[in-house]
Every structure is written in structure tokens, then in C-alpha cells.
Design a protein around this ligand. Structure first.
Ligand code: FES
Length: 165
């Protein structure tokens, strides 16, 4: 069964079991974290299925951080940074853009839909964009279903437990 089929199947069973995605959002300190803060103080309504991890720059997000997030059970990972030309470390976000494109290819190799990883530019004044990015991403991941790596791990564990009896 292909990874896409597995994910579709997971999505169907997830709907039945009220799947709530777990999202990790890396936000750069200077723009996106402030955008998230603005969304919060403006009391904009959005899903609460996400954790924010503040980094000094989007370029601080190492590919290993993203892979580890998926390995530890994240269903989706967002990387949010300053708009092009606004990065406080000059070209950090350009590096991030290239890195995310490569990471998406890598995710496919691991059997994960590359849409589980998303890069978006959110400035400090874009609370509404932060809200819509989170809302749309949670919907997308809900559609894709639970992280298939974790699901496969659970199945393996169940099989091992059954064989032990
Ligand atoms: S400081 Fe925001 S992306 Fe570099």
C-alpha cells in the first residue's frame, strides 16, 4: 500500500475517531512570533491544536528539528518566518525556503505527505494571516489524518504484544 493510500485510510478512520491533529509551529522571534502574539491579544478565533516554538530566525530550524518533531508524533509542522527581504539576519529566510523544499523531498522518502510541512511568511502586523495559516493548516492535516509513522509504530507494538501472548 502506498503512503498516500495509507494516509487516506488513516484520514477515514480518523474522522470516525475524531482525530485532532497535533501541530508544531516554529515562529521566528522578530516577525511571526509577534504575529502570533497579535493574533492572541486580538482574540482571533483559531484551532488550539498547535504548539508554538520560538526561534530567533526561521533559518534556526534545523532539518533535524523537523524530522524529530514528526518522529515524536507531530502530525504537521509549520515554519513561519519574516517576509522575503525582512529577515533580521539578512538572508535567513531564503535559506529556510531552500531547506524546506529539500525537506519536503526527504519527507516523501520517509512515507510522509510533503504537505505535512508548510512554510509561510507572517509579519508582526499579520495577526489575521497567522490565524488563517493555522486554521487552514489544521484543516489540511485533519484531511490527511494522523502521522502514518506513529500509526505504523502503534500497529507494530500491538502486533508484538499479541505475539508475546
Ligand atoms: S528573523 Fe524572521 S525569518 Fe529570519
Amino acid at each position: 500500500m502506498s503512503s498516500t493510500q495509507q494516509e487516506t485510510q488513516a484520514a477515514v478512520s480518523a474522522t470516525e475517531g475524531q482525530f485532532e491533529p497535533r501541530i508544531l509551529a516554529f515562529c521566528c522571534n522578530w516577525c511571526s512570533y509577534a504575529g502570533a502574539d497579535l493574533a492572541g491579544v486580538s482574540r482571533l478565533q483559531m484551532p488550539t491544536n498547535f504548539l508554538v516554538l520560538r526561534t530567533m530566525c526561521s533559518a534556526r530550524v534545523d532539518p533535524e528539528h523537523v524530522l524529530r518533531a514528526f518522529a515524536k508524533g507531530a502530525d504537521g509542522v509549520l515554519v513561519l518566518g519574516c517576509h522575503p527581504a525582512d529577515c533580521h539576519y539578512i538572508g535567513g529566510n531564503y535559506r529556510t525556503r531552500r531547506r524546506i523544499a529539500l525537506l519536503k523531498i526527504l519527507l516523501e522518502q520517509y512515507g510522509l505527505d510533503p504537505e505535512r510541512l508548510k512554510l509561510e511568511w507572517v509579519s508582526a502586523s499579520e495577526g489575521v494571516k497567522f490565524q488563517s495559516t493555522i486554521t487552514e493548516f489544521v484543516d489540511k492535516i485533519r484531511e490527511l489524518g494522523p502521522n502514518p509513522l506513529i500509526e505504523a509504530e502503534k500497529e507494530e507494538e500491538a502486533a508484538r504484544a499479541e505475539n508475546a501472548h
